[in-house]
Ligand binder design. Structure first.
Ligand SMILES: Cc1cc2nc3c(=O)[nH]c(=O)nc-3n(C[C@H](O)[C@H](O)[C@H](O)COP(=O)(O)O)c2cc1C
Length: 188
């Protein structure tokens, strides 16, 4: 789609940011400044929420030792935390029926804004996943972060200063996505 009937400049910028977004797993290890984390969290807090319940609790981890301990939340799939500059742990009250969707929107919005700000970030799945110690990812996070019993881990967003620029295959990747779109979308 190349046509934006209203507010087209804003729409074009947002769509471009979405197209540019990607999961980045290699970072320099430098910390992400608090003022930038505040903006990323703000993007998460703008999220839509079923019945406007906003059931989440978000833990912004800046302590490097704690970030490195969180690597154990998964067997291999969280290794990028070894060189991340921050980690944002997203949890929510499981008694709210839309908690999974709500948390997913929070993560998506933070991931997108972090990318648009020039940071690399990557979703680390926690819900329904096991930790490196064989227990659940949720139980593992509870050994490090004080979570109320009714709160569940959805995912962790690893964030860092990218080790290198986004690679030149982006155009090819975007073409691939456009190809997928034809197969995945039906207009009725
Ligand atoms: C629900 C969800 C769970 C994911 N879990 C992980 C994960 O645990 N570890 C990881 O390295 N990447 C994870 N990812 C990132 C995906 O691997 C990534 O989005 C996918 O490869 C497509 O690449 P892209 O984000 O650059 O478009 C996850 C992404 C989503 C949406």
């Amino acid at each position: 789609m190349n046509q934006y009937p209203k507010n087209h400049e804003t729409a074009a910028i947002i769509l471009q940011a979405m197209k540019n977004r990607r999961s980045i797993r290699n970072y320099t290890g430098e910390p992400v400044p608090k003022e930038d984390l505040d903006l990323i969290v703000e993007a998460g807090l703008t999220s839509a929420s079923g019945h406007a319940e906003y059931p989440w609790k978000i833990f912004v981890v800046q302590d490097m030792e704690l970030i490195h301990k969180l690597v154990g939340v998964r067997q291999g799939a969280a290794n990028m935390l070894n060189n991340a500059g921050a980690a944002i742990v997203v949890t929510a009250d499981e008694n709210i029926s839309t908690w999974i969707e709500d948390c997913s929107i929070v993560l998506t919005n933070m991931h997108l804004l972090a990318d648009a700000m020039g940071y690399g970030s990557c979703w680390i799945q926690g819900r329904c996943r096991d930790a490196a110690d064989g227990g659940s990812a949720d139980a593992f996070v509870r050994t490090l972060i004080d979570l109320p019993e009714n709160f569940q881990l959805e995912a962790i967003l690893a964030i860092g200063i990218p080790e290198k620029e986004k690679t030149a295959d982006d155009a090819a990747r975007q073409a691939k996505r456009a190809g997928f779109a034809k197969e995945k979308v039906t207009y009725l």
